[in-house]
Design a protein around this ligand. Structure first.
Ligand code: SF4
Length: 152
């Protein structure tokens, strides 16, 4: 796929044990260097195109995760990193865990593992980058067609 845009990543720790977060940081820093793929880390959801979320969803963080997702501009892509973010993982049966990130927001790509390995996280980022490009192309085509219809 021809990648025309460099998506920005937002990393959010739901309720992880920090194991997956360490691996996300390893993926973004020079050893694994996900930025060589043209992505950029940001702390601002309003500038982010891809959300990397770790940890399960609990009653306290559910509204935070939803708000972060809503603040991101369209098109956007969500990657659940680690089995906790995918399903709730080892904490699934505990009293306050609702489940994986898809309990509150749409998840596009699931990266399993406990912890998720940097190689798997980078694979998830590559998939997210391609999906983001595809959605951007569809969004641009829709904008062009609406503009054309308005000019008729
Ligand atoms: S998947 Fe494993 S390493 Fe990652 S947050 Fe859950 S328990 Fe921790």
């Amino acid at each position: 796929m021809n990648i025309k845009r460099s998506p920005w990543l937002l990393h959010y720790d739901g309720s992880s044990c920090n194991g997956c977060d360490i691996e996300v940081l390893a993926s973004l820093t020079p050893v694994y260097d996900a930025e060589r793929l043209g992505v950029e880390n940001t702390g601002d959801p309003m500038q982010a195109d891809i959300l990397l979320i770790t940890g399960g969803i609990n009653t306290q963080n559910a509204p935070v995760v939803k708000q972060l997702y809503d603040q991101m501009p369209r098109p956007k892509v969500v990657v659940a990193v680690g089995i906790c973010a995918c399903t709730g993982g080892v904490f699934k049966e505990t009293y306050n865990i609702l489940g994986g990130a898809d309990k509150v927001i749409p998840v596009d790509i699931y990266v399993p593992g406990c912890a998720a390995r940097p190689q798997s996280i980078i694979d998830g980022i590559i998939q997210a980058r391609e999906l983001f490009q595809q959605r951007s192309d569809e969004h641009d085509a829709l904008m062009r067609s609406q503009k054309g219809a308005a000019n008729v």
